[in-house]
Design a protein around this ligand. Structure first.
Ligand SMILES: Cc1cc2nc3c(=O)[nH]c(=O)nc-3n(C[C@H](O)[C@H](O)[C@H](O)COP(=O)(O)OP(=O)(O)OC[C@H]3O[C@@H](n4cnc5c(N)ncnc54)[C@H](O)[C@@H]3O)c2cc1C
Length: 481
């Protein structure tokens, strides 16, 4: 049987892009179908990862400058800078990233077509153009990587007023003085600390009893201090009853109660930002008709090789559910390509790091101290406060903690947990040591650039070794073995 292409990729976010690129390197003829007529790059470049991180960088720069040099007129950041300044900073980055994606596809001879893709048989994708015209393309393999969109509130709680989501917040015309954020996940805390750093008064209404429960307990304590410093208030166990506009007071009112108290509280705010998770783009793409089906949570079910119930059709990225990250989608797209074209490839290690781009940022990998306790492992921790890291002094940064969790017996590194500047980069040093089965002596026996944030590893390793020594193991033996 002959096909128009070896591979058709439906949706050009990180999963689709990496699958297309990897397949082109295998000398495969690839077509990318993208529904967005303006941009390739999906949520990754246009509404999620990159825009939020670009605005964050702009906010960090403003905050750092402002806290170090102040303002001659005593203005707060949101009085001095406009949303337009942040959006301009962001726009240049989005344009450059979109351009690079387009150029990479062209350079690698990947064809692209704009329109809505739908599977019509195991080897055919029908593409509907914006003017309604349809054209079909066939391929030996197909990847569904249509991503996700913001999930709206389940109940109709807002009358006569708008609730923002991660797409519409990018249309704000000014930096709000007050912002209520509904949600208790990563995105809620990222946006809270971005606007909190600009002087916006933030209230987070979290419907769960707690938040970010997988963080190491000491990192969470540091986060709590950091958010309190930025005047961010968090309410847990919240039910929002209604949201309405108060024209008289020119504000929006959020009526809520917590499960601790019966009384209804009302907060006045300028805007409400809602983070209720992601809704996979699985509607009308031919899943039911082709027998691919959906999981209970409405994601596409796949095997460990990202293959759906139809042998020639694969799926990757947000459409297959957890962990819905660009970082993971890149890997999934590449691994799907290797499997579809029979190219051997090692699956990545089970130890997946996470990065949370709050200000200050956080990252972690492996066991927390409490995880190790639950597993009855004998572990010791080593800590480095950023107050002792010279590079942090140079940057005028006094918040941050790097924590190593290691086996007391043989010093093997079992976990790294960081809050502070460069945490999302620093974590990969710990990841390298862990994936090569290394121990904390690595950070003592190797030269580490000075000054650098990496020095935190050396300080934490010495701190850890001192504790083991106190626990009765001979120092000399530790460092010589
Ligand atoms: C605010 C926010 C911040 C985030 N921050 C991070 C972060 O810091 N780090 C991180 O790793 N992840 C982050 N993420 C998650 C990350 O953006 C997503 O996990 C990632 O973009 C998913 O990639 P994807 O390839 O599945 O799809 P997407 O990036 O969603 O792209 C899917 C593409 O498919 C297209 N499409 C949809 N349906 C069709 C169709 N039928 N036919 C043709 N094309 C179609 C869409 O137009 C889109 O271009 C963040 C997300 C949000 C919302």
């Amino acid at each position: 049987m002959t096909f128009d292409y070896d591979l058709i990729v439906v949706g050009c976010g990180p999963a689709g892009f990496s699958c297309a690129m990897q397949s082109s390197k295998f000398d495969k003829k690839v077509l990318v179908v993208e529904a967005n007529s303006d941009h390739l790059g999906g949520t990754w470049i246009n509404t999620g990862t990159i825009p939020s991180k670009a605005i964050r960088e702009a906010a960090k720069t403003i905050h750092r400058f402002h806290s170090q040099f102040g303002d001659e007129k005593g203005r707060r950041p949101f009085e001095r800078f406009q949303m337009e300044d942040l959006l301009q900073y962001q726009q240049a980055i989005l344009e450059s990233k979109n351009r690079k994606v387009k150029e990479d596809l062209i350079k690698n001879e990947v064809d692209t077509v704009r329109g809505f893709g739908r599977l019509t048989d195991p080897h055919t994708v029908e593409v509907t153009d914006t003017d309604g015209s349809k054209k079909s393309y066939s391929a030996e393999k197909i990847l569904l990587s249509t991503g996700s969109k913001p999930r709206p509130p389940a109940n109709k709680i807002a009358s006569n007023t708008e609730i923002l989501d991660y797409e519409s917040i990018l249309d704000l015309t000014h930096i709000p003085r007050r912002l209520v954020i509904m949600g208790g996940g990563i995105n809620a805390f990222e946006y809270a600390t971005i606007f909190g750093s600009l002087g916006t008064r933030i209230t987070i209404l979290n419907d769960q009893q707690d938040y970010l429960t997988y963080l190491d307990h000491e990192i969470k304590e540091e986060l709590k201090k950091a958010i309190a410093k930025r005047q961010i208030t968090v309410w847990n166990g919240v039910t929002v009853n209604k949201i309405e506009k108060n024209d008289l007071r020119n504000c929006r009112e959020v009526w809520f109660k917590t499960n601790q108290e019966d009384r209804i509280q009302v907060i006045e705010t300028e805007h409400i930002l809602y983070f209720g998770g992601y809704e996979p783009n699985t509607k009308d793409i031919g899943l039911e008709e082709q027998g691919i089906g959906l999981t209970e949570e409405k994601f596409i079910p796949v095997s460990e090789h990202y293959q759906t119930r139809v042998e020639s059709v694969y799926a990757a990225g947000d459409v297959i559910g957890f962990p819905t990250l660009a970082s993971v989608s890149f890997v999934q797209g590449r691994l799907a390509s290797c499997h579809m074209f029979d190219i051997p490839s090692k699956n990545s290690s089970d130890n997946i790091p996470f990065g949370i781009y709050t200000i200050p940022e956080m990252a972690g990998i492996g066991l927390t101290e409490k995880d190790a306790e639950k597993l009855d492992l004998e572990v010791t921790v080593g800590r480095a406060s950023y107050e002792n890291v010279t590079q942090a002094d140079l940057n005028h940064i006094n918040e941050g903690l790097l924590k190593l969790v290691f086996s007391t017996k043989d010093l093997k590194l079992l976990g790294v947990h960081i809050i502070g500047e460069n945490a999302t980069d620093l974590i990969h040093i710990g990841q390298s040591v862990m994936t090569s089965n290394g121990d904390i002596r690595y950070f003592i026996q190797n030269v580490i650039n000075y000054p650098s944030f990496t020095e935190a590893y050396r300080i934490a390793a010495f701190n850890g070794v001192n504790r083991v020594y106190k626990a009765g193991v001979k120092y000399r033996n530790i460092l010589n073995s």
